[in-house]
Design a binder for this molecule. Structure first.
Ligand SMILES: [Zn+2]
Length: 115
């Protein structure tokens, strides 16, 4: 369900870009950056994309997903750490709760390849 809505938003973003182009290019690949902490399943996203782009201007376009890891920053320790997804959202050294996320929440179009 999550991925279905994400895909709708993604297609709308790409369509806006596409329609703003003077000559509508043939889109080949959409490069997407997906943070680990968004809990988006790349396989589900691929599937939703395939289903939702059928018979559309994106029918022949591919989706390339690059996942970024979850990285948090601990202010008392002044260092970055990798929280364990679903287990511990705190600094491993001082147990300070995770509050400053530096990476892992992204969900954005990195670039669009077209002919
Ligand atoms: Zn710490």
């Amino acid at each position: 369900m999550h991925e279905t809505d994400m895909t709708k938003a993604l297609i709308m973003t790409v369509r806006d870009w596409y329609e703003s182009q003077p000559e509508q290019p043939q889109i080949q690949t959409i490069h997407l950056i997906v943070g680990q902490f968004t809990c988006v399943e790349p396989a589900s996203l691929q599937f939703a994309f395939e289903v939702q782009t059928r018979n559309s201007f994106l029918e022949n376009a591919a989706l390339a997903i690059q996942e970024t890891p979850l990285i948090a920053f601990c202010h008392p320790c002044q260092k970055e750490y990798h929280p364990q997804m679903g287990q511990q959202y705190a600094c491993p050294d001082c147990q300070n709760p995770m509050e400053d996320i530096r990476s892992g929440r992204e969900l954005k179009v990195d670039r669009i390849e077209y002919a």
